[in-house]
Design a protein around this ligand. Sequence first.
Ligand SMILES: Cc1cc2nc3c(=O)[nH]c(=O)nc-3n(C[C@H](O)[C@H](O)[C@H](O)COP(=O)(O)OP(=O)(O)OC[C@H]3O[C@@H](n4cnc5c(N)ncnc54)[C@H](O)[C@@H]3O)c2cc1C
Length: 315
Amino acid sequence: MEFKKRSIYQPEHDLLRDELTRFLQTEVIPKLDDWESQGHADRGIWNKLGQLGAMSCMVEEKYGGTGSDMIAAAVIYEEIGRCGVAGLGGIGVHDIVSYYLQNNATEALKEKWLPLASTGEALFGVAMTEPAAGSDLRGVKTTAELFFENVRVPASNVIGEENRGLNLLMQELPFERLLIGLVALGGAKGAYAETVKYVQDRKAFGQSVASFQNTRYKLAELQTEIEVGEAFTDRCVAAHAQGELTTEQASMCKLWLTEMQDRVIDACLQLHGGYGYMWEYPIAKFYADSRVQRIYGGTSEIMKELISRSPSLDS
Ligand SMILES: Cc1cc2nc3c(=O)[nH]c(=O)nc-3n(C[C@H](O)[C@H](O)[C@H](O)COP(=O)(O)OP(=O)(O)OC[C@H]3O[C@@H](n4cnc5c(N)ncnc54)[C@H](O)[C@@H]3O)c2cc1C
C-alpha cells in the first residue's frame, strides 16, 4: 500500500526514514534471532544507533544531541514498529529519561549525562512499576524492583524540586503514550505489508488467497483502519511539536492506536492460516509484539479512565 504524502513530514524526515530503514534492515533484522536466543540485543547496537542520531534525538546540540524535533522522533518510533523490531522500542524508554533530564535536571547533570545518552554510551531505564503497583502510580512505595542498600544519593543528583517527584514523573507520560501510538501505527503497517505479500503468493483452491473476496474486503478494512490511525497520529505528533498535546489526546492516541494495531495484526495473522502461528513467520512476531502494547505505558483501561476525566465528560 502506498501512503500518500503526509503533510507534517518534510524531505529531511523522508531521508531520515530511508536511512533508518536501511540501517534496521542491514544491522538489526538479520541479528534478531540471535538476540532473541541470548535474551538481549548486542550492546554495540545502541552505540550504532547513537552514531545515526537515533538515540534521544531531541536532546539539544549543546548537550551533544542532534537537536531534532518531535517530527524526526516520530519517524524513528514508527519505523521501529514498521520494521518489526519492537525490541528496540527500548529507545523510547531511554529517550523519556533524557527528556526528563533535559527539562528538569541541573546544568551539571545535563552536561554529564545527556552527551552519553546521545551516543548510546549510557542507557537509561524507567522504574515506575513495582510488584504491587503498576497502574496505580501513586501506590509506588519504594523504587520498583531495584535495591539501593546503603546507597547515598547526593543532593546534587536530585532532579527537580523535593517532594514534587510524582508530578515530574507524570510530565513525560503524554510523550510516552504518543511514542507507543507511533510504534503501534508502524506495527500495523509492517504487518499489513507482510500480509499482502503472503496472500498474493499463497494458493488455495487453485487460486491465490488474495483473490478471494473475503481477503480483498478484509484488506480494504485494514487499510482504512491504518489510514484513519495515521491521520490521528500525525495530528498528535504535530500537537506535541507545538507543545500542545494534552493528556487526554495522548491517552486517546495510545488507546486507539494500540487497539487498532491488535485488530489489524490479528486479522493479518488469520489471513496467514496455520503459518501465522509459526514463529519463523514475521507475522507471529508482529502479533506477540502487538499484544503488550495495550498493557505497558498505562493499560487501555487506564487510558479510558484518563480520557473520561476530560472536562467535557463532566456529569
Ligand atoms: C514488556 C513490558 C515492559 C515494561 N516496561 C516497563 C518499564 O520500562 N518501566 C516501568 O516502570 N514499567 C514497565 N512495565 C510495567 C507496565 O507499565 C505495567 O505492567 C502496566 O502499567 C500495568 O500495571 P500492572 O502490570 O501492575 O497491572 P495492574 O495495575 O495490576 O492491572 C491489572 C488489570 O487491572 C486493570 N486496572 C487497574 N486499575 C484499574 C482501574 N482504576 N480501572 C479499571 N481497570 C484497572 C488494568 O487495566 C489491568 O487490566 C512494563 C511491562 C511490560 C509487560
